[in-house]
Write a protein that binds this ligand. Structure first.
Ligand SMILES: [Zn+2]
Length: 166
C-alpha cells in the first residue's frame, strides 16, 4: 500500500523482560514484560515519523522514545485519517484480553483520555487488530529495520548528565 502523509498508527512493541525507565516528567515507569500498543498520529510526514520510531540513534524526547529504547517494534498498523481518533483506537485496543492502560497520560499530554499506551500480555492476533481498528492496514517492515531497532542502546551520558546524540 502507499503510505498516507497523515494518519493514525499503532506500534506493537515487544518487551522480552520488564524494564524500569525514567520517562521525562512522568517519572519512573515500570514497563511490564509482554506487549505495548502505542497509538500515535501524524498530521503530516507520517513516513518520517515512523522512520524516526524505527531508528535507535536519536535524542530521547517524546514519551515513546524512552519505551522504544528498551522495547522492539514488531508491527506497525496505519490508517489514513484527518480526524484524531487516537483516543478511540486506544480505547478499542484496551478491550483486548488482559489489556490495560499501561501508564496514565503516556502519549496523551494533549488530550484528556486515559492514555495512548495499552499493555497486553499476549501479542494481539491480526484478526483482532482488523476488527478493532477499522480501515487500518498492517505495514510490511523490512527485517533489517526491525533488527536495527531490536537492540537499541541508550547513548552515553555526557558530563552535564544529559544524553548526547551520536
Ligand atoms: Zn487521547
Amino acid at each position: 500500500m502507499g503510505l498516507p502523509t497523515c494518519g493514525v498508527y499503532v506500534l506493537v512493541i515487544a518487551m522480552t523482560q520488564p524494564a524500569k525507565v525514567h520517562v521525562g516528567r512522568l517519572g519512573c515507569v515500570l514497563f511490564r514484560q509482554g506487549y505495548h500498543l502505542y497509538v500515535g498520529r501524524a498530521r503530516r510526514g507520517l513516513g518520517a515519523r515512523l522512520a524516526r520510531h524505527l531508528r535507535s540513534d536519536k535524542r530521547l524526547r517524546w514519551h515513546i522514545d524512552y519505551l522504544l529504547a528498551v522495547g522492539t517494534i514488531q508491527e506497525v498498523w496505519v490508517a489514513e485519517s484527518a480526524e484524531p481518533p487516537e483516543c478511540a483506537w486506544a480505547s478499542a485496543l484496551s478491550t483486548l484480553p488482559g489489556a490495560a492502560i499501561a501508564m496514565p497520560g503516556f502519549g496523551s499530554s494533549d488530550c484528556r483520555c486515559p492514555g495512548h499506551l495499552v499493555y497486553v500480555p499476549q501479542r494481539p492476533a491480526a484478526r483482532d487488530m482488523c476488527r478493532l481498528l477499522p480501515r487500518a492496514a498492517k505495514l510490511l517492515l523490512a527485517r533489517a529495520e526491525l533488527q536495527h531497532t531490536a537492540r537499541a542502546s541508550l547513548p552515553p551520558l555526557s558530563a552535564s548528565g544529559e544524553r548526547t546524540e551520536r
